[in-house]
Structures are given as C-alpha cells and as structure tokens.
Design a protein around this ligand. Sequence first.
Ligand code: ASP
Length: 339
Amino acid sequence: MSARTVLGVALLTLTLAIGRAQAAPPVEAPIAIAIHGGAGTIERAALGPDQRKAIEVDLARALEAGHSILREGGSSLDAVTAAVVVLEDSPYFNAGKGAVFNADGRIDLDAAVMVGSQQRAGAVAALTRVRNPVLAARAVMEQSPHVFMIGAGAQRFAREQGLAMVSPSYFRTEARWQQYLSARQRGREATALVPGVNPRPYGTVGAVAVDRQGEVAAATSTGGMTMKRYGRVGDVPVIGAGTWAEPGCAVSATGWGEFFIRSNAAHEICARVRLAGTPMPEAASQVVEGAIPRLGGDGGVIAIDAQGNIAMPYSSAGMYRGRISVDGARSIAIWAEGE
Ligand code: ASP
C-alpha cells in the first residue's frame, strides 16, 4: 500500500469515526407520565362493571396518547396536552364533554398548562364554547403575552386562534344533568358541602410528564364543582393552586378547589422539595394528606420530578388515576392500587 493510500484509508476511518460519534444518541433522560380523572366520592356500588371498564379504557387511552409522544422524543408539554384532550373528549370525566353544571344549570370550563424550565404558563376560566379548554390555555401561553384569560375575551381569543368551538349543549351528558337536578332538589350549593358529611362529586382531569430532555409539564382541565355559584372559579386555572411546574417538579391537582387555592397546593409541594429538600412523594403527601385536610378540604394530586418519580396521594375516598413509570410499567387505579 502506498503512503497515499494509507493516508486515504486513515482519513476515511477518521471521517467515519467522527460521523459515528455525531450520530450517537445523546444521553437521554427517563420518560414518565401520570394522569388523573378526578378525586372525590367514588362509591364502589354506584360504579357498575361496564362503567368502570369504560372509564379505565379512556384512562388507558389518555396515558397512551401522552406516552407515545414521549417515546418518540416529543415534549412533555405535547404529552400532557394530548392526554388531557382525550379526557376532555371522554364523557366520563368532569372536563370538556361530561363536565358538571353550575347553580344556573350551565357549564363553565377552566384549564391551565405549565412547563417547568422557564415556568411558562397559560390558563383560562369560564369558557362555555371552546371544545378543548386545555388547548385554549396552551394558546394563551404560546400565542399571547398573557398568562390568564377569562370568559368572553378568552373565548374570542380561542376562536381567533382557530380552536374548535361548539354549542354549549355539546358538553351536556344526561348523567351530569341528573346529578345537577338532584343536587338542586336538595338545595345543595357546592359551597355548603361539609367534608365527611356531604359527598363531593368527583371531577377534573390532569396530566404531568417528564420528557427525554428532563423537561416537566403539567396540564389540568375541569368543569369545577356541581352547583358552584355563577362566576366561581376553582383552583385549576389558578397557577400554583391546581396547576404548577418549575424545573424538576410538576403538579396537577383535583379536589375541593377553594382549599387548594387557600394553600397554594401545587406550588407548595414543589416549594417543599426545592427549599426544604423534602423528597417529592413526601412533600405531596404532606400537603394533600396534611395541610389541606387540616383546613377542612380534600382531594388529590399527581406529581412528577425530573427523574420520573411519580406521587399520586389523595385524601378523598378515591381518585381516578394512571401512570406509565420510567421502567415502562403501567397502572390504572381508582381506590387503593389493585382494588
Ligand atoms: N378542583 C376542581 C375545582 O374546585 C374540582 C375537582 O377537582 O373536583 O374546580
């Protein structure tokens, strides 16, 4: 072999080696996702096997919608949005189609999204015509200089953004209407509920996820509480109360919104991790099973950190929830795991 050929081969080998080094996949963070379909009084007797199956199927669909995005290298924001859209479109959860009625017999919808690294956030409240409120919240975050938009203005903005608009009757389901009629007959206002005495109808959907870049995100969507008063807004779109994300910590809540607002619950969990070094699952339990019940409220959260650790504590009778952990293990539960 001539000296020229040797040099040529050496150069070629070097070029291939550099090419391989460039093509090598970067070190990737583990991915994981958790979702909830609301916490509250979920009576075993009232939940027939067919309905339970249908609810579990939709929870599984939402998990898969989010996780498939993460598997393909998509963002946690895309994943939580996709998961929540599935749950909003399902008639079984109190968000989008199937949301609860307020004291006026109308449906008002709230939603929020938040991304950890830059603490970007978007929220909407009191929507009546936007098919997927979570998409409106995301549009506020991505397409406006604002964080929180409400009512007619938020709706106008959503329309301008080309989001699907529907008639308010689209959200109505017979089951929710009957729930409303019986609550009204009993003269029960949401604000008059007493923990442990009056059953609180479950509601709200949410998702938290971490993507291959280690970015966390949270999304939450709700119809609020049955018989809530006109104009009432709960914790879901209040950034820090029902929805929160910061670097390495994201939380989506469900429960008695007034108490989650008063304890700034979602932010409080991440603050305990950041400031006190409390492990995330412990911080979530401290707030959900300690601080909120101490004030008189109840509910639950799903929380995730950058390593994909997931916590799903609740202080209510049950919480629809599901997760796909970093090892790919899937689980869906309503009461204690395995029940
Ligand atoms: N947190 C919601 C609200 O208060 C309701 C729920 O999660 O059940 O609006």
